[in-house]
Design a protein around this ligand. Structure first.
Ligand SMILES: NC(=O)C1=CN([C@@H]2O[C@H](COP(=O)(O)OP(=O)(O)OC[C@H]3O[C@@H](n4cnc5c(N)ncnc54)[C@H](O)[C@@H]3O)[C@@H](O)[C@H]2O)[C@@H](O)CC1
Ligand SMILES: [K+]
Length: 484
């Protein structure tokens, strides 16, 4: 798992590290890392470093200091470097002196545009960890003139470091170089950060448990069930899917198909789309109702069941079945509208809720807001459930406070029926007995890999997502470390 720490925790750790490190050493180490990535970007985009033009956008704090030092290092590789100072009186003194010594040019903001427009690379050192709010007008005016690729130092200025929210003008980076550890912005806003590179400045020993994690491919491969010689169709878990209706039979086919392809356990289907499900997935045991479905180790309930009396009674039946439940789509709406349905819940069994922003607003009375991690945590506490909050980045929180984020691989899978596929994946992992928080996170991960495989740069209907699940699992297993 990759750890992610909030800015308060990073700053406290940096203070401890600064106290035991010679003055300026950390900044030079960080800035050297920036210069290495900058040189690589220049070489990739223009074929050379020497003679190319780099513009530094320099704010008032240490983020600007990093930029100035990185500029000094780039001068040593014969790049032309121009620092545009947004706040000349507060520019980092040692960094400025180092850049001047190395032969860098220093200009004020008014002179900035003509250098910015001709740059081969722009380095954003406007604000870093101490940033609050969007770019101020002077910085925003300069950023609008940028045509070259942007390398952001620590984070793209104007994007909130702890939530990744963009509420006004902000820098959009091709690449972000961060130091010591990843911050929430890097996982929650990949679209504005671009590729994220981590420079080790020795911070890790000073950091405790992370505030947030991101699963890596090895975690997902290790969590995903692989049948052994003693396994049979029952030992890999039987998942029940209560989904679909006369109006929405497709949800049943998609959720059931995802479950059938996710593990080698058995899948039961209960609902009015039984004929359609059987026709598409002959291996599924399909019946008309949850009351005659037979034993399962987990239920997925909700996609397409409707929010009327029949949907409610289906939901109450599975909540009382004494097995983990993934409640999706109409089931979340029912829980929001008629909270008493949760009285039917067996208190000792896990519940996973998978709302998108609209369903979240129904469950919590308000939209998730800028801090989606805290929003998911609050919902997890309120419902004593694992909450998988869908969105460009999926956040999964549990009542104990653990939270993970799944960073997407493009937006193509944000399409009708995509959520039905995800719920089938979650259900199949719940049926194996996996920790529900990990089950939801691993399902989200494989869902996005399937999206990437199915899409390859074009729209991806949900049925293509289902079809890509085996390739997604093969890819996860092949990329994982050998001992998994
Ligand atoms: N502390 C350390 O050990 C290290 C810090 N480093 C760098 O230091 C940065 C943090 O530096 P600072 O704490 O000096 O602060 P920043 O450089 O993030 O911000 C500087 C000042 O900008 C102003 N500001 C805040 N929001 C603004 C906005 N939206 N528009 C314009 N100005 C705004 C504030 O007055 C703030 O104090 C990190 O992001 C990293 O780049 C690195 O050099 C590595 C080592
Ligand atoms: K920055």
């Amino acid at each position: 798992m990759h750890g992610i720490w909030t800015t308060d925790r990073i700053r406290a750790a940096e203070d401890r590290l600064l106290a035991i490190t010679p003055d300026g050493a950390l900044m030079r180490k960080a800035a050297f890392g920036v210069s290495v990535v900058a040189a690589r970007m220049l070489a990739d985009h223009t074929g050379a470093v020497a003679g190319r033009s780099v513009v530094l956008l320099v704010g008032a704090g240490n983020n600007g200091g990093d930029a100035l030092w990185a500029g000094a290092f780039l001068r040593k590789r014969s790049a032309g470097v121009t620092a545009v100072l947004l706040n000349p009186e507060r520019a980092h003194a040692e960094g400025l002196a180092a850049l001047r010594r190395a032969g860098g040019r220093v200009v004020e903001a008014a002179e900035g545009p003509r250098w910015i427009e001709r740059a081969d690379l722009v380095i954003d050192g406007i604000v870093g960890l101490s940033a609050r709010g969007s770019l101020r007008p002077d910085a925003a005016a300069l950023v609008r003139r940028v045509v070259a690729p942007v390398l952001a130092i620590d984070l793209p200025s104007g994007v909130d470091p702890d939530t990744g929210a963009v509420e006004g003008d902000a820098v959009r980076a091709s690449c972000t170089v961060t130091f010591g550890a990843r911050k929430p912005v890097h996982a929650l806003n990949p679209a504005w950060c671009g590729d994220v590179e981590l420079v080790d400045i020795g911070l890790l020993p000073e950091l405790g448990d992370p505030d947030l994690v991101r699963l890596d491919v090895g975690d997902v491969a290790a969590a995903w069930p692989v049948p052994g010689p003693d396994d049979d169709k029952y030992s890999q878990g039987v998942v029940g899917i209560a989904a679909g209706s006369a109006t929405y039979p497709g949800a049943a086919v998609l959720a059931t198909g995802a479950a059938a392809l996710a593990t080698s356990g058995m899948v039961r289907y209960a609902g009015s789309a039984a004929d359609l499900v059987r026709a598409r997935w002959p291996e599924v045991i399909a019946t008309g109702s949850v009351t005659d479905a037979g034993r399962v180790q987990a239920w997925v309930v909700g996609p397409g069941i409707g929010t009327g009396g029949e949907g409610r009674s289906t939901l109450e039946t599975v909540l009382g079945a004494g097995v983990p439940v993934c409640a999706d789509a109409d089931a979340t709406t029912l829980i929001a509208r008629v909270p008493e349905v949760l009285d039917a819940r067996d208190p000792g069994t896990p519940l996973v809720l998978t709302p998108h922003a609209g369903e979240f607003a129904r469950l919590m009375g308000d939209k998730p807001g800028a801090d989606r991690v805290e929003a998911a945590r609050a919902a997890a506490k309120k419902y004593d459930a694992v909450v998988l909050l869908k969105g460009h980045c999926t956040v999964v929180a549990e009542p104990g406070g653990r939270a993970l984020v799944n960073t997407p691989r493009g937006s193509w899978p944000a399409t009708a029926g995509s959520g039905d596929v995800l719920s089938g994946l979650v259900g199949s992992l719940l049926a194996v007995g996996l920790d529900p928080w990990l089950a939801a996170g691993a399902a989200a991960y494989v869902h996005s890999v399937a999206g990437e495989i199915a899409s390859r740069g074009a729209p991806v209907p949900a049925s293509a997502l289902v079809d890509a699940i085996p390739d997604a699992l093969r890819s996860v297993r092949s990329l994982a470390p050998r001992d998994v």
